[in-house]
Design a protein. Structure first.
Length: 139
C-alpha cells in the first residue's frame, strides 16, 4: 500500500508542478514578475506583483456538467481571508503541454461561492464556471 500511496503523491506533485509552471509563464506574459513560493507554505503557490495565487491543477478537461469543486485547506483559507488580492487559478488539461486552459477566480468570487467545512470547498455551477472562463480569456 505504501508504494501506491507514494506513486499517487508523485503524480499529484507532477500535476501541481505542471500547473505552477503554466501559471508562472502566464504571469510573465502579463509582465507581473511571478515567484514560486510553495516552499514558504503561506497558503498560496505564486506571488505575482500584489497577487497571491493558489494554483489548482488537474489533468482532466473540465468543467463537467455538475460544476466544479475546489478544496481549500485551512492554511489556504487563512491566506484568502488575510489577502485582498488572493486568486485561485484553476489550470486544467495539464497532461498535454500547450493545450492547458486556465480559469482565474478572484477573491470576491471565491467568497461568494465558498461553503465552510473543516476543509473549505468552493462550488461553482457550470454556467458560473463558463462566465469566469470567458472573463479569464479577456484578461
Amino acid at each position: 500500500m505504501i508504494p501506491l500511496e507514494k506513486s499517487k503523491r508523485s503524480k499529484q506533485k507532477e500535476i501541481e508542478d505542471k500547473a505552477v509552471k503554466f501559471v508562472l509563464k502566464y504571469e510573465r506574459s502579463k509582465n507581473r514578475k511571478p515567484k514560486d513560493v510553495r516552499s514558504e507554505q503561506w497558503g498560496y503557490d505564486v506571488e505575482s506583483k500584489s497577487r497571491k495565487i493558489e494554483v489548482k491543477g488537474t489533468e482532466a478537461d473540465i468543467p463537467n456538467k455538475g460544476g466544479l469543486h475546489i478544496t481549500l485547506l485551512p492554511r489556504q483559507y487563512r491566506a484568502l481571508k488575510e489577502n485582498l488580492d488572493y486568486w485561485i487559478y484553476r489550470v486544467y488539461n495539464v497532461r498535454e503541454e500547450g493545450k492547458e486552459k486556465m480559469v482565474q477566480i478572484p477573491r470576491n468570487e471565491i467568497l461568494v461561492h465558498l461553503t465552510r467545512y473543516t476543509v473549505h470547498k468552493l462550488t461553482l455551477k457550470s454556467e458560473e464556471w463558463k462566465k469566469l472562463e470567458e472573463k479569464s480569456e479577456k484578461q
